[in-house]
Design a binder for this molecule. Structure first.
Ligand code: FAD
Length: 566
């Protein structure tokens, strides 16, 4: 019953956060100069979107394109369903099955959307322009550089691989970020096997070619290791039987456990499964350099340095900020930050008329504790230093509205320290709550609160939220006094962005998966893998890709994976 309810929840729920949204500022219309104001034809505002990933696509899908002059710039003329990228590395699904041309997606809009396949090189914040260059390399004629002006800028360029400046990583490692990366990995895996069976190789050389090293024990690294293991066990071991005993897969993780952002039960299930499958998990190791032949790492506990030979290394240790975003941050006074900061309405801090969504941005939390004091002050009307339980609950509600992270904590039952205040030591309901105690409990939660995770779920919800903001712009212009208080008197009429966490999966190979679902609910095993299939099939952006993905899975069940090197 649990599985059924949960799968229904995951399949049916949309990635939108719900609720009314609008701006807290009005944006005056720029009339055409020299035109009689009475007959003035309103010029459409120019919205420039950077990117065609999860955040941008979700924004474009829901945006009422008849209201704006919309332009989209991205070096990729397609949307890629990134959760299935690890499956592309071993041919479980084909690359073309998980991509949808962006022109297909935007042509269904009510108005026109112009797409330019180019990379944004620089955002000129002062002049509201972006400089772009086409990345297509061929002998076609024409200037590849151009600039575009905007009234509103939506930055959704995602993040780039983070190598932590580790020597040799750029040159010798594979990444698992783009579709092309996965195609390259697929070819290299086959190369490793084809090379390993060549005559006249020493045993040591064969072993080196067949040692696959994955740096990073997060969800992507773990999923790739599991895919590779399945590919080898189910398909390659029969085809390359003479070298099958020499194959080794190693996962190197700097933390104490793999999947350490998941529930402990999932993390230990994954470790046990990998142990049974013969996947070597090296925890507490930091990679210090990678050469074309060896990975050198430092064992954190002992401080020892050791090297292991490799045939292929996949680097999957997290993401960093793109240079174009770094440069923009410097222009707008955010140079000292790591990620572009926005407020809860996803407006870029320190720069009017720009919004940032997805992996390239984070909602600024530094103000949270400052705000808490004013929330208390407003709630404690008689200055008694206590709140009634009803007032207490209202304060929690208010914080949830302002800070999505609080909600995430509540959903994951991490706020017990705060909600415990509602009971006295004997477990009876209190009538009043002490504000100082409450502040203390909340500061504990605040210190644990992390930024929203860099996931497709967050990016898609932010895109959908922002499109609703844009679609309701007229409504915000009709309320130029600024948003009405959400409850009582206050700052905003409409809800800020609020993230809804629908859970996360970790496929572990052998048709088993683990899932962490809202409400501290964990499920592992074969049935979870079927839940994974149904969720990911349902989340495809089009019926075309849905059909292709399902038929790829069916093909794999019947015929196995294709091991040709093309
Ligand atoms: P992206 O989807 O990366 O899109 C960025 C877009 O910006 C791209 O179109 C890119 O071409 C474009 N761009 C880049 N530079 C420029 C530029 N200079 N100018 C213009 N455009 C530019 N999340 C989950 O929730 N569940 C999962 O199971 C999951 N699995 C994952 C597996 C893998 C292998 C990877 C790599 C990620 C996975 N994620 C998953 C994370 C998820 O993919 C990201 O969080 C999500 O893609 C972020 O969306 P985004 O729109 O911010 O960035």
């Amino acid at each position: 019953q649990g599985y059924t309810a949960c799968s229904k929840l995951l399949i049916l729920c949309t990635l939108s956060s719900g609720g009314l949204v609008a701006y807290s500022e009005s944006h005056p219309d720029t009339g055409t100069p020299g035109v009689d104001p009475n007959q003035k034809e309103l010029k459409k505002k120019r919205v420039l979107v950077l990117g065609t990933g999860w955040a941008a696509t979700s924004f474009l899908k829901d945006l009422d394109a008849s209201l704006y002059d919309i332009q989209v710039v991205s070096p990729r003329n397609y949307f890629a369903f990134t959760p299935l990228l690890p499956s592309v590395t071993c041919g479980t699904v084909e690359a073309r099955s998980i991509v949808e041309p962006i022109r297909n997606i935007v042509k269904k809009r009510r108005g026109e959307v112009n797409f330019w396949e180019a990379e944004c090189l620089k955002i000129d914040a002062a002049n509201k322009k972006v400089l772009c260059r086409s990345k297509i390399e061929n002998n076609l004629v024409g200037n590849r550089e151009f600039s575009l002006e905007y009234d509103y800028l939506v930055v959704a360029v995602g993040a780039q691989v983070n190598t932590f400046n580790t020597p040799g990583v750029e040159e010798n490692c594979h990444f698992l970020k783009e579709v092309e990366d996965c195609q390259k990995i697929r070819r290299t895996v086959i190369d490793c096997f084809e090379t390993a069976i060549l005559p006249h190789l020493t045993e040591e050389e064969r072993k080196r070619n067949l040692h696959f090293v994955i740096v990073g024990g997060g969800p992507t690294g773990v999923e790739f290791a599991a895919e590779l293991h399945d590919f080898f066990e189910e398909d390659l071991s029969n085809l390359y039987s003479t070298v099958k005993d020499l194959v080794k897969i190693t996962v190197i993780q700097s933390g104490d456990h793999i999947l350490n952002t998941y529930d402990e039960r999932i993390s230990s299930f994954a470790e046990q499964k990998f142990n049974r499958d013969g996947i070597d998990v090296q925890t507490g190791c930091r990679v210090v350099s990678v050469s074309d032949k060896e990975v050198t790492m430092k064992l954190k506990a002992k401080g020892e340095v050791c090297s292991i030979p490799h045939g292929l290394v996949v680097w999957s240790t997290g993401v960093g900020t793109r240079p174009v975003v770094k440069d923009f941050m410097e222009q707008i006074g955010q140079g000292n930050r790591r990620v572009l900061a926005t407020d809860e309405w996803l407006r870029v801090k320190g720069y009017k008329d720009a919004y940032a969504i997805g992996d390239c941005a984070t909602i600024d939390q530094r103000k949270i504790m400052e705000d808490i004091s004013s929330i208390f002050k407003a709630a404690d009307k008689d200055n008694s230093g206590t709140l009634t339980v009803r007032e207490f609950k209202e304060v929690i509600d208010d914080m949830i509205i302002r800070y999505p992270q609080v909600d995430l904590y509540l959903q994951n039952n991490h706020l017990s320290g705060v909600t415990d205040l509602l009971k006295d030591p004997d477990g009876h309901d209190r009538e009043e709550v002490d504000i100082e105690q409450f502040k203390l409990a909340f500061s504990h939660v605040d210190s644990q609160m992390k930024s929203l995770p860099a996931t497709a779920q967050v990016a898609a919800q932010q895109g959908a939220y922002l499109s609703r903001c844009f679609n309701r712009q007229q409504q915000s212009q009709d309320n130029p006094e600024g948003p009405r208080r959400f409850r009582g008197s206050g700052r905003h009429k409409f809800r800020p962005f609020r993230y809804k966490h629908f859970g996360q999966f970790a496929p572990l190979g052998g048709d088993q998966a683990a899932a962490e679902l809202p409400g501290d609910w964990v499920s592992v095993g074969h049935s979870t893998q079927w839940l994974w299939y149904s969720v990911y099939a349902s989340k495809q952006v089009s019926w075309r890709t849905r059909m292709l993905v399902v038929s790829d899975w069916t093909r794999r069940f019947i015929f196995g994976r294709d091991s040709s090197r093309i």
